[in-house]
Write a protein that binds this ligand. Structure first.
Ligand SMILES: [Zn+2]
Length: 471
């Protein structure tokens, strides 16, 4: 645990609020370039009304430049293109993408530096971790410019939501971030923290239970957000319990859900409980693709973000209504370049008919991957979104969590050569922060983790769902 984390955990709540706000302030300064962001948002406001041909031409030109950039600056692609005899001259249309082989996570993990511009990280870049849906942690790099580029798409979505200030709306965010020290629960003090710099109230998703929901609801009502965003599993738990207990919920203008699959049932529940529209957003953490709902509740691929392919098992574009794998090529990040990246998520392409919103952006029926199960941990209540526990951990290729019985969690992991006792202790500590101290945790090292139907990986599985209390 870092020193700042130790200090944070032992501080009073007002001081933690201050630290969260300060971190929000530093975060904004390091990552957000306001003039650039506003001008990008203005461009996106225009381009959303382009015709299908305009989108195609734009993508072809950007893709050509991207290939040229990768060939000159990124060691892996310099080598790949030369061995395959691919030159940027060959890339004239988006369809030419089929000439480039897929990129998978195993290759990325084997040669992480070779995907960076110049072959090494630059001092000014921001480094963050992702565990993705497969539980294998990975370093990700962005510059201030690429981060701003990605966020301009979030801001456009917030405009679709009808927010008055898309950049700093008054916002409640349900977060898996470790903002409330271990052991806190209802009665021990608030389970949310205030980020004044980001105009946000952060709600910990690790402390949700039937007992704590009334406190969450009261805090949200006092804050009166214009926007609520975060993990749908957590927002759905709040909605379900509030309805059951007859609690009055705040009335935001919109709710944006992200990072998990949004089941249709949960969408209906959240919309009726909060009395506003839910906008689902899929944006992979390595900035590969951006797919989001419009005002008519239809998902659209944002083509200015990059090329988002949805492919069947033969590598051909999946048909409307047929599930396929998401393969991404982002134009946004030039520090770490991934072309045709198999991200491990699945989606179903939507019908070719135009959407009533009038935008010609390709439609998606559903993003079906990233199904994170919510587990019931007696000490903590309903806990979802386990991906973050793997963030920053080393020595693990792949891991999954199995809820064997109410009293036992088993972690199956495929160790890499770096794995040792320290890694294991860090993993257990990270998991404990999420699930508390009472449940038994067993770690099993295995050679491989079996896939489920359709070759899908499930990072969280419950064997004792029938013992969960009804919400
Ligand atoms: Zn639409």
């Amino acid at each position: 645990m870092s020193l700042s984390k130790k200090i944070y955990d032992r501080s009073p709540v007002w001081f933690q609020d201050l630290m969260v706000s300060l971190q929000g302030f530093v975060y904004n300064r390091r990552r957000w370039d306001a003039p650039l962001g506003r001008s990008l948002l203005a461009e996106l406001r225009e381009s959303q009304w382009w015709t299908a041909d305009q989108f195609r031409d734009y993508q072809a030109e950007k893709f050509h430049k991207h290939i040229l950039f990768a060939q000159i600056n990124v060691p892996y692609y310099a080598e790949l293109f030369s061995s395959k005899g691919i030159t940027p001259r060959d890339i004239r249309s988006v369809d030419d993408i089929a000439r480039i082989p897929f990129l998978n996570k195993t290759l990325l993990r084997a040669r992480p530096l070779d995907f960076l511009r110049g072959g090494r990280p630059h001092r000014s870049w921001n480094r963050h971790f992702t565990s993705g849906t497969t539980g294998s942690p990975m370093n990700l790099y962005t510059s201030r410019e690429s981060f701003t580029r990605v966020w301009s798409f979030v801001f456009r979505l917030r405009e679709w939501c009808g927010l008055s200030d898309p950049i700093y709306p008054r916002r409640v965010q349900f977060t898996g971030r470790d903002i409330v020290p271990n052991g806190s629960a209802a009665g021990d003090g608030p389970i949310w923290r205030r980020n004044v710099a980001g105009n946000a109230l952060l709600m910990s998703t690790s402390h949700l239970s039937r007992q704590t929901v009334p406190a969450y609801v009261q805090a949200m009502k006092n804050f009166a957000p214009e926007l609520i965003d975060g993990y749908p599993s957590a927002i759905a738990v709040v909605a379900r319990v509030a309805q059951r207990l007859g609690l009055e919920l705040p009335r935001p203008r919109a709710i944006i859900t992200s990072a998990e699959t949004l089941p249709a049932e949960d969408r209906r529940l959240i919309q009726s409980a909060f009395g506003c529209k839910v906008f689902n957003q899929y944006a992979s953490s390595d900035t590969g693709a951006f797919i989001c709902d419009c005002e008519h509740g239809n998902l659209h691929i944002n083509p200015e973000f990059g090329i988002c392919e949805i492919l069947d098992s033969e590598g051909r574009p999946a048909k409307p209504g047929e599930e396929g794998e998401i393969v991404t090529t982002s134009f946004c990040n030039t520090e770490q370049v991934f072309i045709r990246y198999r991200i491990g998520d699945a989606a179903v392409p939507g019908p070719p008919d135009p959407c009533p919103c009038g935008r010609m952006m390709p439609r998606v029926e559903a993003v079906t991957g990233r199904v994170d199960d919510v587990l019931y941990i007696p000490e903590r209540g309903f806990v979802g979104r386990f991906d973050p526990i793997f963030k920053g951990l080393h020595g693990i290729y792949e891991a999954r969590i199995i809820h064997e019985s109410l009293g036992v969690l088993r972690v199956e992991l495929v160790p890499d050569p770096e794995y040792n006792e320290k890694c294991e202790a860090a993993l257990i500590e990270s998991l404990r922060r999420k699930v508390g101290r009472q449940i038994g945790i067993v770690v099993d090292k295995v050679a491989e983790i079996p896939r489920g139907p359709n070759g899908k990986f499930r990072s969280v599985t419950s064997m004792c769902r029938n013992e969960y209390p009804e919400v």
